[in-house]
Design a protein around this ligand. Structure first.
Ligand SMILES: CCCCCCCCCCC/C=C/C(=O)SCCNC(=O)CCNC(=O)[C@H](O)C(C)(C)COP(=O)(O)OP(=O)(O)OC[C@H]1O[C@@H](n2cnc3c(N)ncnc32)[C@H](O)[C@@H]1OP(=O)(O)O
Length: 386
């Protein structure tokens, strides 16, 4: 089954402006030729428009060519085909001509949205464009990497993992003195995007888990090796990998609205981000066990008392106070800061890389377990939340 889109097997969710569909449009009727042109136009799109739009395109194409959904409903674990079936079935008895027209309209609005979203705003020379999931700026000696999927609580999809690695590598070479990671919206991050589990390659779940472990190892490795002071500005709740990574930051400032939650056992998973090593060192083995094994959620005050957070600020003054402080830090001599970080961190680096490798290998096995699969299916079918 094809979506008639490049990379259409992916169910990776990416943020994209909502495209308005005019399902009841009757004034114009698209010809077969218009429909074929639209199909060709879709193949030429330079950017992936995201799963919601791809599913819409798929369902309209099927309705326009075959009429109402005529396939048996896939099983609950067959996530991709189930999503496609749901989308097609939702069109009910929409006439073929209307579906064809809606397909043409959707492709046309999609092409114009993609064109306008790729235009560079004037005066944004200090802003790194080209990121889909991040906002990266460099100002006052500070490179700020902002997770930018606020409607998904800044969950890390595969694209975001790659973009963060890219942004960190760029920041390690730019002329800023310090680098900051923060979140846009009410969350710092809700951790790994659980839809990452739905995009199964031809090699099956084993290949998926293997690729996931490779990606994770490289991703965490970028934090271990980052050469400049790396500061987390935790603007709201943090979950999963966004919490575990904090052990690799040089300072962590949190709003008093932030919480810290690593529900790995609930998800049938195990700790990553070197937390199996850093957390017991930072907060004692028993406190680390409460978080990493039993999934105890900490308030910002508790996380600070246990050494995971450096300082907590009232939410009302958080941004102002933190950025004033960071701007002062960024004026310090950058080479001295770099060398001091090196001497604090370097003797642990080899150990951290070994821990990272071991954690990724254990997780690779966990991702194939029934415990993990069931937890992900429950979340995706909205039977459970944290
Ligand atoms: C084999 C696969 C390999 C893949 C690649 C591997 C990469 C490395 C993996 C590293 C391991 C990391 C582990 C972790 O991080 S574990 C933690 C995972 N996170 C969660 O379990 C959080 C799940 N989310 C929630 O429980 C709630 O959304 C939350 C409490 C965070 C917020 O609840 P609230 O009611 O306030 O808001 P909504 O639930 O309505 O959320 C708004 C929308 O955002 C979507 N959302 C939020 N978080 C996630 C997420 N983590 N994954 C996917 N989607 C998320 C949510 O579904 C809503 O979307 P819609 O508006 O479309 O419904």
């Amino acid at each position: 089954m094809a979506y008639h889109l490049p990379n259409c097997s992916s169910l990776q969710v990416i943020s994209f402006p909502v495209v308005q569909l005019h399902l009841n449009r009757t004034a114009m009727r698209a010809s077969q030729k218009d429909f074929e042109n639209a199909m060709n136009q879709v193949k030429l799109l330079k950017k992936d428009p995201g799963n919601e739009v791809k599913l819409k395109l798929y369902s309209l194409y099927k309705q326009a060519t075959e009429g109402p959904c005529n396939m048996p409903k896939p099983g609950v674990f067959d996530l991709i085909n189930k999503a496609k079936w749901d989308a097609w079935n939702a069109l009910g008895s929409l006439p073929k001509e209307t579906a064809r027209q809606n397909y043409v309209d959707l492709v046309s609005s999609l092409s114009s949205s993609l064109e306008s979203s790729s235009q560079v705003e004037p005066g944004t020379d200090r802003k790194s464009t080209g990121y889909e999931t991040l906002m990266v700026t460099s100002e006052d000696g500070i490179t700020k990497i902002m997770l930018n999927r606020p409607t998904k609580k800044n969950a890390l999809n595969v694209e975001m993992y790659h973009e963060i690695m890219h942004a960190l590598k760029a920041a390690s070479k730019d002329d800023s003195a310090i680098t900051v990671l923060t979140g846009n919206g009410d969350y710092y991050s809700s951790g790994n995007d659980l839809t990452n589990f739905t995009d199964i390659p031809p090699g099956g779940v084993e290949e998926k888990a293997k690729n996931g472990a490779i990606l994770l190892r490289e991703f965490v490795g970028c934090f271990i090796d980052f050469p400049k002071p790396l500061i987390a500005v935790v603007n709201g709740p943090a979950v999963g990998i966004s919490v575990t990574l904090l052990g690799l930051f040089d300072a962590v400032y949190a709003s008093d609205r932030a919480t810290f939650h690593t529900p790995f056992s609930h998800l049938g998973q195990s700790p990553e981000g070197c937390s199996s090593y850093t957390f017991p060192k930072i907060m004692s083995p028993a406190k680390a066990t409460e978080m990493l094994v039993f999934g105890k959620k900490l308030t910002a005050g508790e996380a600070c008392a246990q050494g995971l957070v450096t300082e907590v600020f009232p939410d009302s003054t958080f941004q102002k106070e933190v950025w004033t402080r960071l701007k002062a830090f960024a004026k310090l001599p950058p080479n001295a800061m770099r060398i001091s970080k090196e001497i604090i961190r370097n003797r642990e680096k080899e150990k951290l890389h070994a821990v990272n490798a071991e954690e990724c290998s254990v997780l690779q096995g966990r991702w194939l377990s029934d415990e993990c699969m069931n937890a992900v299916v429950n979340f995706l079918s909205r039977k459970s939340k944290l």
